[in-house]
Design a protein around this ligand. Structure first.
Ligand SMILES: CN1CCN(c2cc(NC3CC3)nc(N)n2)CC1
Length: 155
């Protein structure tokens, strides 16, 4: 069983969160935060900042690690280890790229029906400012067979 380390950044402003419509690749056609792979020689934080810049042209001036999401897929030995960050402190204007089309969403209008199925399970913890670690066992890309969310500290 191997692990692939990935990043996911949620940019927030009062009562809203910035999501991107993934235009190609893994998760294409769904809204998500911004992120990607951690390259050799970069830290997870550096990778998160780089991906935010590459995917929507925003510079994160600070990032807060709020959780870790581990994903296992039936029949696949590779676990996705997603490090989740939030930031309220960015520079620049969200801009569409080849990867993502960014859009602000009101917190009470997050399009969960067009997001990865796990998001509706852990998003509330992010919005409450909790820190958590979560595990999801997927069958394909739509069915969650099992999941566990441990809240680490109530911030
Ligand atoms: C670079 N990435 C890829 C993985 N990713 C995921 C994954 C995910 N569920 C997993 C079943 C796939 N759910 C969200 N919201 N994001 C973050 C960005």
């Amino acid at each position: 069983v191997s692990r692939k380390v990935l990043t996911l950044v949620l940019v927030t402003r009062p009562n809203q969160v910035l999501l991107g419509m993934k235009k190609r690749g893994f998760g294409e056609g769904w809204w998500n935060g911004f992120g990607g792979k951690v390259e050799k020689g970069e830290t997870i934080i550096e990778a998160a900042k780089r991906e935010l810049q590459e995917e929507c042209c925003l510079t994160a001036n600070t990032l807060t690690e709020v959780g870790q999401l581990d994903f296992e897929f039936v029949g696949d030995p590779q676990i996705l280890e997603v490090h989740l960050f939030t930031t309220k402190d960015v520079s620049g204007v969200p801009t569409e790229t080849s990867e993502m089309k960014p859009q602000w969403f009101d917190i009470d209008k997050i399009p969960f029906h067009k997001m990865w199925p796990d998001d509706k399970l852990w998003f509330p913890h992010v919005l409450k400012g909790s820190k958590f670690s979560a595990f999801f066992l997927f069958e394909g890309h739509h069915k969650i067979l099992k999941h566990k969310i441990d809240v680490v500290t109530e911030q």
